[in-house]
Structure formats: structure tokens, C-alpha cells
Design a protein around this ligand. Structure first.
Ligand SMILES: Cc1ncc(C[n+]2csc(CCOP(=O)(O)OP(=O)(O)O)c2C)c(N)n1
Ligand SMILES: [Mg+2]
Length: 431
């Protein structure tokens, strides 16, 4: 039993005066109406990080969990040991895929506002995370993404009409309307079905990687989750399995500073980095400038080479910023400073690669503007094509009775009865 006394000290049953226990409740540095200040971030020079050998033991990797792997400096020059020295055509492909992802996001966001779909999630400012990784992985490596890695499908040249059909839940939707819009699944693109239940993809990716090794295959797995999602138990079980069996897997944490309305501090960012989670598990950890597509590429390539050589898993934290709302259901002006995205110290990933390509003499503003125009038209044409298959509320979805299909090879009698009952009730209601 304890009694509070006026001074705030507490006397316990044994007569000891003890300070009252307190909880630390994290508070974001800035709220709406306040100015954003990122000067406390320690951003090392772009050429500061050495590049360790891919076979380095995790115990020698400690500093990489607290530093920042970077390639592009403030002027858009590629510097330092991590420069992947990519050929011009690869750089321009990266630029195009990032710009296409942004154009796709813009069109689909507007489609939601026009009532054509119920939901959409943009990846604005985070395009480098998906595009850099997709180009560094082999086409047949298996990806277990979260809902903000649409760029992987785009960089694997998946049909954007097919993606839109899923967003519209129309009769062309391969998911037959059974998944929330943007929760794609594309086996042929090595893109595992997205789940709305945060971080379930983590143990699945590790399990897939373990199976690949158990079968003597050569393909590796990669997975992505947000920084908020690292608070899920699944993240930690996945790390344990990955470490114990040295699974050939790359575990990406996209630290975009925000979960929905809760800032990264609620997932532990005030105490340490997300890459440092790796240290406790004996996993190699890299912290990377997530707005630098060349750094993302170089780190992913390092981790992929390590996994392919049976060197085990790597945890990569991509330090980035979620420029827009969490989803179309969110309003970030209600909880964060409007200045944050413009004050973000690591810039915009597309602008940075564009500047780099201009510096190399392989690109210019005119070509960039022409590309943006061409991509906007391409996305508009794709949307028109997808809309022919139906949009929200226009009835062009898969037949209602199809919701009972694809679970059992032969539909059991009780489901047949329920299906029939549904159809009878619909008919009676004149629908
Ligand atoms: C298990 C579970 N808990 C909560 C939610 C609700 N939810 C959906 S997204 C989200 C925020 C996740 O933030 P983060 O992991 O940082 O990813 P980000 O959206 O920033 O990419 C939450 C809490 C959910 N979908 N699943
Ligand atoms: Mg987040």
C-alpha cells in the first residue's frame, strides 16, 4: 500500500519515501501550426560510410545500424564507397519508374476523390525505396511487400491496367473484389498478396526464404514493413527465425517517420534506430538514406549478395519521409506540422536522381518535362482502359455468387444453400 503526500513523494508500507513512478509518453517534435525542425538529425556526409565486405560478421556491423549509407551528395554527385556505378540506361530506367509511380499515385488518388474507388494509398517521397530495391533484386526473387511498395510492381513492368482493375474492384480484378483496393497479388511478378494485417508478411518472407534454402533453390526473399509495424510481434518472431537459420532474406523497415497519426517515437525511435533492432538478433543491419535511390540500390545489392552466398539475413532501415497522408482516409493537417515535408533534410528522391542525371550530361529539364507529360498520358489512357471494366458502384464487378467460390474444390452443400439463398433474396429485392 502507498500513500501520496503533498510533496509528491510516496511513502510505501515500509516507511520509505520514494519518487512516484512515471511513464514517458512520446510527443512528436512539432504539431499543426508549429514550425518543423529537423536540425537535430545527424546526417553524415554522403561519402562518410565505408562499404564492408558482404561476408562481414554481424558483430562487426554495429556502426552501420547508426550511420547512414548514402551515395548522392547535396549537389547530386555520386560519391563514396557505396556508389554502385550504374550505367546511364539503368539510371534513366530508375528515374522513369519513380516518375511513373508518382504519376500512377496522382491519378489513383484523384480517382478516389472522384468516387471511382473507395480507397487509395500513395507512396509520394518514398518511391526510391521500392524502385531501388526492385532493380537490385533478381526478377525471380520473391517480394513480400506492405501496401506502400506499388513501385515494385511498376519496376517489374507489371500492367498498370491490371493494378487499376484491382483498385476499382471491377470485373477485370484478379482478386475478384475480395481484397481492399491496392492490396495487389501477382504471383507472376514475384509479388506476394498484400495483407492489411500489419507485418504478417515478415514471418511469411522468412519462411519462404527458409523453404528456398531447404529446397536448395537460389532465389532469395525480401520483405518490407513500416517503422510503426516493427512494434508488431510478427516483426520480432521473423527476426528470430531469420537469425537462427540464417535465412536468405532482406528485411526492410521503411521509416517514413509516421504510422497513421502516431510518430515514429511510439515505435521506439526516441530510444534508438530501427536498423539497430538487428544488433540484438545478431543480424547485419544497415541504415540507409531512403530518398537516395542509388543508396537503396547499393544496400539492397549488398544484402542480396550476402544472402545468395549463404551469409544470412540483413535488416535495412530506409530513412525517409511520408510526404502525403497515410491514405485517402487520413488528414495529416490534423496532427503534424504542414512544414515537415518541405523541411525534410534528405530532399525528394526523384529530384535528386534527376539532378544526378543532369550532372552526368545524360538528361535535361526539357526531357524530364516531356517524360512527365508522356507518363501522365500513359496513366490516363490506362485508367480509361480499366474504367471500361467498371468502377465503384457501377455494378461491373464479379458476379455476387462468386464470393462463395475458390475456397473448396467442390463446394459443400451448406455453402451451395447459402449461395442460393443469397441469390433468391437478391432477386426478391429486385436487385
Ligand atoms: C495488426 C494491425 N494493427 C493496426 C492496423 C491499422 N493500421 C493500418 S496502417 C497503420 C500504420 C502503420 O504505420 P507504419 O508501419 O509506419 O507504415 P506506413 O503506413 O507509415 O507505411 C495502422 C496502425 C492494422 N492494419 N493492422
Ligand atoms: Mg511509417
Amino acid at each position: 500500500m502507498t500513500d501520496s503526500i503533498e510533496s509528491g513523494a510516496v511513502t510505501d508500507g515500509q516507511g520509505r519515501n520514494l519518487p512516484p513512478l512515471q511513464l514517458h509518453v512520446p510527443e512528436p517534435p512539432a504539431r499543426p501550426g508549429e514550425s518543423a525542425d529537423f536540425t537535430h538529425f545527424d546526417i553524415p556526409a554522403a561519402d562518410a560510410a565505408p562499404r564492408p565486405d558482404e561476408a562481414t560478421h554481424p558483430s562487426q556491423m554495429r556502426d552501420f545500424a547508426y550511420g547512414l549509407v548514402r551515395v548522392l551528395d547535396e549537389d547530386g554527385h555520386a560519391v563514396g564507397a557505396w556508389d554502385p556505378k550504374l550505367p546511364a540506361d539503368t539510371l534513366l530506367r530508375m528515374l522513369r519508374y519513380m516518375a511513373l509511380t508518382r504519376a500512377f499515385d496522382g491519378r489513383m488518388f484523384r480517382a478516389q476523390r472522384q468516387g471511382k474507388t473507395s480507397f487509395y494509398m500513395k507512396s509520394t517521397g518514398e518511391e526510391a525505396v521500392s524502385i531501388g530495391a526492385a532493380l537490385a533484386l533478381s526478377r525471380d526473387d520473391m517480394c513480400f511487400p506492405s501496401y506502400r511498395q506499388q513501385g515494385i510492381l511498376i519496376a517489374r513492368d507489371w500492367s498498370i491496367v491490371d493494378m487499376m482493375n484491382q483498385i476499382y474492384s471491377n470485373k477485370g480484378d484478379r482478386m475478384k473484389g475480395r481484397q481492399l483496393p491496392i492490396m495487389y497479388s501477382a504471383r507472376e511478378a514475384g509479388f506476394f498478396s498484400i495483407s492489411g494485417n500489419l507485418t504478417t508478411q515478415y514471418p511469411q518472407a522468412v519462411g519462404w526464404a527458409m523453404a528456398s534454402a531447404a529446397k536448395g533453390d537460389t532465389r532469395i526473399a525480401a520483405t518490407w514493413c513500416g517503422e510503426g509495424s516493427t512494434a508488431e510481434g510478427d516483426f520480432h518472431s521473423a527476426c528470430t527465425f531469420a537469425s537462427v537459420y540464417r535465412a536468405p532474406v532482406i528485411m526492410n523497415v521503411v521509416n517514413n517517420q509516421w504510422a497513421i497519426s502516431s510518430f515514429s517515437g511510439f515505435a521506439g525511435a526516441e530510444a534508438t534506430t530501427f536498423a539497430a533492432r538487428a544488433i540484438g538478433y545478431g543480424i547485419a543491419g544497415l541504415r540507409v538514406d531512403g530518398n537516395d535511390v542509388l543508396a537503396v540500390y547499393a544496400a539492397t545489392r549488398w544484402a542480396a549478395d550476402r544472402a545468395r552466398a549463404n551469409g544470412g539475413p540483413t535488416l535495412i532501415e530506409h530513412f525517409t519521409y511520408r510526404v502525403e497522408g497515410h491514405s485517402t482516409s487520413d488528414d495529416p493537417t490534423a496532427y503534424r506540422s504542414a512544414e515537415e515535408s518541405s523541411q525534410w533534410p534528405l530532399g525528394d528522391p526523384i529530384a535528386r536522381l534527376k539532378q544526378h542525371c543532369i550532372n552526368l550530361g545524360i538528361w535535361d529539364e526539357e526531357r524530364h518535362a516531356a517524360m512527365d507529360q508522356q507518363l501522365a498520358e500513359m496513366v490516363r489512357d490506362a485508367a480509361r482502359e480499366a474504367e471500361k471494366n467498371g468502377i465503384l458502384g457501377h455494378g461491373l464487378h464479379h458476379p455476387m455468387e462468386s464470393m462463395f467460390q475458390d475456397v473448396f474444390e467442390d463446394m459443400p452443400w451448406h455453402l451451395q444453400e447459402q449461395q442460393q439463398q443469397m441469390l433468391d433474396e437478391w432477386k426478391a429485392a429486385g436487385l
